[in-house]
Design a protein around this ligand. Structure first.
Ligand SMILES: C[C@@H](SC(=N)N)c1ccc(Cl)cc1
Ligand SMILES: C[C@@H](SC(=N)N)c1ccc(Cl)cc1
Length: 399
């Protein structure tokens, strides 16, 4: 009986069921019928693991190859919690068994963390990774990164287990900070960054390391991640799958150039206000960047936008366009891949800089070298960072 049950269970989980062999018919008879038509697609290795686990009490052990193969369909989702004014979004990540809140950044490719090797004068108020627990030093490896806003950090490198929403990288390069700039010290919500740009811009020497996404990519159900940032409330990142409940309509895909290590695409026409008939075009390269707060566009586009906001001006002391707190802002519409996406004016009324004045969520990309579709844009869409095709692509859908 027991033997048959195991065999039947194994066979049954192979996606079809066969009539029990008569010689092994157990005391009580039971009808086992073919699955009519269609195919039930299951994952063999996962089923083998489950069956062995089911009989573990009888001494069954999971074959190591099955366990490894079963890991070939990881997927998971993690919360993205906004700071005040949605300055950035922090996601809980297990690093060597310790939970740190990291800024997932599709504009860089280093996973670095505040750590026990960060001077306490620079890391007070931050969760810190302790490599002594389970980290393996990568002797002689170093990293040093600078960000567009002039902030930066540097340090040493360990290999350790990193888990994001249940998706596990058993040996991920974890870059421990031995020095961080004041902006990071002061942002006590932020315990480090998890880069999701292409690994070609990872800063580790003498041997460049892979991002978390690149590390787990071969084990994901689908080689992609998706981003659902929201205004003023928690959103989420999905790894290995697209959550169809997070968007309406269809996903519009557009091609990506990886030449600069970013998720770089070409944006099309735009319009300001309620008309979604777009015209002109957003010149230059654009990147989809979860690590940048605002939406940086060509001067001509920015001027056309704030021409529709009475009292708006470029304020050099604030370093950008500001407008009266009483303003109602127009929508910003942009055509990407043939679909027009709308950023509500309320998203562009970004944050107060005084009792009478707000700072705009749309600012000029002049001097950067490319346009940046940062959080102001991303919180208006569901964005798919997709490597399931022959070349990477970005998908956008309305929320
Ligand atoms: C790519 C982003 S930085 C990042 N997301 N890690 C960026 C570059 C240059 C400027 Cl000026 C401002 C922002
Ligand atoms: C200035 C620091 S901290 C912060 N601005 N909250 C920072 C955070 C994220 C990136 Cl991608 C670059 C720089």
């Amino acid at each position: 009986m027991h033997g048959l049950t195991t065999a039947a269970a194994l066979v049954a989980t192979a996606g079809y069921v066969l009539a029990a062999p008569s010689a092994l018919v157990p005391r009580k008879t039971f009808q086992v019928s073919q699955i009519a038509k269609g195919k039930v697609f299951i994952n063999g290795p996962t089923q083998v693991v489950k069956t062995h686990q089911k009989y573990a009490k009888l001494g069954a052990t999971v074959p190591s190859d099955a366990a490894a193969a079963a890991a070939a369909v990881q997927s998971g989702s993690v919360a993205a919690n906004p700071e005040q004014y949605d300055e950035s979004y922090l996601c809980p990540v297990s690093v060597g068994g310790q939970t740190l809140n990291l800024d997932f950044d599709t504009g860089s490719a280093d996973l670095w963390v505040f750590s026990t090797v960060t001077p306490s004068s620079e890391s007070t108020g931050h969760a810190r990774y302790n490599p002594a627990t389970s980290g393996t030093l990568k002797s002689g490896y170093k990293w040093d990164i600078s960000y567009g806003d002039g902030s930066g950090a540097s340090g040493t490198v360990y290999a350790d287990k990193v888990v994001v929403g249940g998706v596990t990288a058993t040996s991920q390069a974890v870059e421990a900070a031995t020095s961080v700039s004041a902006q990071f010290t002061q942002d006590t919500d932020n315990d480090g960054l998890l880069g999701l740009a292409f690994s070609s811009i990872n800063t580790v020497t003498p041997q460049q390391q892979t991002t978390f996404f690149d590390t787990v990519k071969p084990t994901l159900a689908k080689p992609l991640f998706a981003v659902d940032l929201k205004k003023g409330t928690a959103g989420s990142y999905q790894f290995g799958y697209i959550d169809s409940s997070k968007y309406t309509g269809s996903i519009t895909y557009t091609s990506v150039s990886t030449a600069n290590g970013f998720w770089q695409f070409t944006a099309g026409g735009y319009s300001v206000g309620t008309s979604t008939t777009t015209s002109g075009s957003i010149s230059g390269a654009s990147i989809a960047d979860t690590g940048t707060t605002l939406l940086y566009l060509p001067d001509a586009v920015v001027k056309a936008y704030y021409a529709k906001v009475s009292g708006a001006k470029y304020d050099s002391t604030q370093g950008g366009y500001t407008f009266p707190s009483s303003s109602t802002l127009p929508n910003f519409n942009v055509n990407i891949g043939g679909t027009v996406f709308t950023v509500p004016g309320s998203y562009i009324k970004f944050a107060p800089v005084s009792s009478t004045t707000y700072f705009g969520g749309i600012q000029s990309s002049a001097g950067i070298g490319f346009n940046i579709f940062g959080d102001i844009f991303l919180k208006a869409v569901y964005a798919i960072f997709d490597e399931s095709q022959s070349t990477p692509r970005l998908g956008f859908a309305k929320q």
